[in-house]
Design a protein around this ligand. Structure first.
Ligand SMILES: Nc1ncnc2c1ncn2[C@@H]1O[C@H](COP(=O)(O)OP(=O)(O)OP(=O)(O)O)[C@@H](O)[C@H]1O
Ligand SMILES: [Mg+2]
Length: 453
């Protein structure tokens, strides 16, 4: 990102970076972080009004702490920025020296990312995600407890992390604990720590997560799975900001921000007597809803790109998803949300690294939605029937056997749906012998879906 008020200087810097192969942005809106894109470095020219400079520095700090700053060597604030440890500051001569600039950028490129640029990014520019990012940004700077709600795999943990990363506590620890994964009898010592000899097996004093998170943020995942007795203890910490290690009667004070998350319906849990209402109100001072992926399919391309990048960085190579594959994925309902998408991209990357994934290459469950797309296309272009639509040969050609199998599976599933899973009736709908249908069910692994064979 190039920030420079002087138009001529800005143009020269931009052109030079461009010839060095970098993509240059000058739209400071990137610094709101809402676009989900974050610059890898910022160039600060010598002609920026002081108050604007402060605003930019603040924004960068929020959006990407530790972002490398290339500062014009004749800028009046170079010394101040260089001596401030919060900034990763590098002087750049003006007039520009191509060799100096290119060497510096090469060094930065190969240096390990600093600050939070190294964690996974939370992307998505659908309206729903932009709203969410806006809320995160606003609540981050306060110490209020936050309750992150959303279906499984929607990105609750990532939301908790970006909240911490944008909060004044970002230089302190972010400690996560999955309350559902730890046996109830161990959870207390996990949270609060224990003294040596507090119970059998406690051979040494151990710090709890509250202590490890001191000054920072404690993320309590799957809070809905916490036992009632533990809920009481947690409530007390939230109210009094103090606790005792297991086996100790010395009270410890703590300064920890709590972010809790659950995929459960806590109001229902309260009605069922499984969750304390008072704890619920304490935790949900600020509730954040992470929308399911099916309600924001506009985010799919960005998410696919983000996952492809992550897998590429892990050395898995890279794949491209063809338009037909993207269309099929857009029509799919994503019960496992973003996590499911990540798993799919990983699987496709392993199978098709270096190549392109077509709709026909997707596992069957993602493909049957593609048939519905054909149906939609047919509905949109009158005169083309559904059958004809699924018979159009796309530009990239088609795997005929796979395609026919997809059509066959989809029709069989519909027939089974209509017959309530009764094979004999489904066979009648398909004008097949019952035994033939049974064979096909085996072949496609659909026998689990039937009521009787
Ligand atoms: N907006 C997003 N941008 C990029 N990656 C995302 C986004 N949302 C989720 N992910 C990725 O999807 C995966 C699942 O996210 P996360 O673990 O945060 O979900 P969760 O809601 O906590 O899931 P669960 O309910 O299963 O615990 C992670 O790999 C995460 O990095
Ligand atoms: Mg989670």
């Amino acid at each position: 990102m190039v920030i420079e008020q002087d138009a001529d200087r800005a143009r020269l810097v931009t052109e030079m970076l461009d010839t060095l192969g970098f993509r240059v942005e000058s739209d400071v809106a990137l610094l709101t972080g809402r676009s989900g894109r974050v610059p890898r470095a910022a160039y600060l020219g010598a002609r920026i009004p002081q108050d604007e400079l402060e605003r930019y520095l603040d924004a960068m700090e929020r959006v990407s702490a530790g972002l490398p700053l290339l500062v014009a060597a004749d800028a009046p604030w170079l010394d101040r920025l260089s001596s401030d440890h919060r900034h990763d500051c590098h002087a750049v001569d003006y007039p520009l020296d191509r060799v100096q600039l290119s060497e510096l950028l090469e060094r930065l490129r190969s240096a390990p990312a600093r600050g939070r640029a190294d964690g996974p990014r939370c992307v998505g520019s659908s309206q729903a995600m932009r709203n969410l990012h806006g809320l995160i940004e606003r609540v981050a700077r306060h110490d209020s407890s936050v309750l992150v709600l959303g279906e499984s795999g929607t990105g609750k943990e990532l939301v908790a992390r970006s909240l911490h990363d944008q909060s004044p506590r970002r230089r302190k620890p972010f400690v996560a604990l999955n309350c559902g994964a730890i046996p109830a009898e161990l959870l207390e010592s996990e949270l609060f720590g224990h003294e040596k000899g507090a119970f059998t097996g406690a051979v040494a004093m151990r710090k709890g997560r509250f202590e490890l998170a001191e000054g920072g943020t404690l993320f309590l995942d799957e809070i809905g799975d916490m036992s009632m007795p533990m809920q009481v203890k947690l409530l007390r910490v939230l109210q009094e900001r103090s606790y005792e290690r297991v086996g100790s009667n010395r009270t410890q004070r703590c300064d920890v921000r709590i972010i809790a998350a659950t995929h459960r319906n806590l109001e229902q849990a309260i009605a069922d007597g499984r969750f304390r209402e008072d704890l619920y109100y304490r935790l949900s001072v600020f509730p954040l809803d992470v929308p399911p992926l099916r309600e924001r399919s506009e985010d799919l391309p960005e998410l696919i790109e983000e996952f492809s990048l992550r897998f590429e960085q892990r050395g898995l190579g890279r794949t491209r998803f063809s338009d037909s594959a993207r269309a099929a994925l857009t029509a799919y309902a994503w019960p496992g949300n973003v996590r499911e998408l990540g798993n799919l991209v990983e699987r496709m990357t392993i199978l098709y690294a270096g190549g392109s994934v077509r709709a026909g290459d997707l596992p069957p469950r993602y493909r049957s939605a593609a048939l519905d797309i054909d149906a939609c296309a047919a509905a949109k272009s009158p005169g083309v029937s559904r059958t004809e639509a699924s018979m159009l040969l796309s530009e990239e050609g088609i795997d005929l056997k796979e395609h026919l199998a997809t059509i066959e599976t989809a029709l069989i599933q519909q027939a089974l749906g209509r017959s309530g899973g009764v094979v004999a009736q489904a066979a009648k709908l398909l004008h097949l012998q019952r035994t033939t249908l049974v064979e096909k069910l085996r072949k496609y692994g659909l026998h689990a879906a039937v009521a009787e064979v």
